[in-house]
Ligand binder design. Sequence first.
Ligand SMILES: Cc1cc2nc3c(=O)[nH]c(=O)nc-3n(C[C@H](O)[C@H](O)[C@H](O)COP(=O)(O)O)c2cc1C
Length: 299
Amino acid sequence: MDLSVTIAGVHFKNPVMTASGTFGSGKEFEPFIDLNELGGIVVKGVAYEPWMGNAPPRIAESYGGMLNAVGLQNPGIEAFIKDDIPFLRQYNTNIIVNIAGRTIDEYCRVAERLQTADVDMIELNISCPNIKHGGVAFGTDPDMAEKITYAVKKVSKQPLIVKLSPNVTDITEIAKAVESGGADAVSLINTLLGMKIDIHKRQPVLANKVGGLSGPAIKPIAVRMVYQVTKAIKLPVIGLGGISTGEDAIEFLLAGATGIAVGTANLIRPTATMEVLKGIKQYMKQYEVKDMGELIGVV
Ligand SMILES: Cc1cc2nc3c(=O)[nH]c(=O)nc-3n(C[C@H](O)[C@H](O)[C@H](O)COP(=O)(O)O)c2cc1C
């Protein structure tokens, strides 16, 4: 059976990737799984300068998932290039760098710096607040989403995946905007904005008050959005949101995703990506599926 897929001209030995921010740069997972088995590693969001992230508490559990307001803590692009790329390059897997910024210019500087770095793709996280626009997330407005995609694409050497925010009324509008901005692929979904209150202290659990909801609780929303987006645009789609088993991944593939990513499940079981991969193979064997083309977008 052939599990390989091609996304924006990049070959993946299988469609299983890691979701940004839930797998670091892979080092913590190396004792538990063989990183060579992954189709790709999407690293934690990296900005031009180091970011401290938000004050604690910054994660909280909820039914079927968790809330996080880590605030994109990261060491900055120079430290990432120096420490993480050589580690990742030891493995036979695609390296996808998730990039963050507070202004279009900040994002562009990260993509520019990556021009000479040995990485396979860039993933543009447009869920960050645009500080020049009153803190509205880039990915919640079609014009801003198109503008940032266009600007970053212009300075990117590697194929550009744009990661969509689900905190919008019509996800297809944003998907169409980034397609016209020149994206090579899209990934979805990022976390859904949520809140948890400590009823005894009568205050929000997270210091940031609100945070992003992830995990199995968001899966039906993610499947719906992947389905809608694959029907609305021509770009390849990477689906994620609540995937923790092979069956979950198959749903996303049938909905139209060419690749999938495992996020919060990694924090519960460090072997989650391997279980998802095994589950996909089992399903293919059970239904005598020979290659991924027989599954992608069948629904
Ligand atoms: C702790 C944590 C940190 C995250 N950091 C990032 C990030 O740096 N960049 C990004 O684009 N998404 C980030 N995400 C979002 C995930 O990549 C993913 O889109 C989301 O969690 C939904 O998938 P899941 O339900 O499988 O976790 C983060 C999620 C979590 C839980």
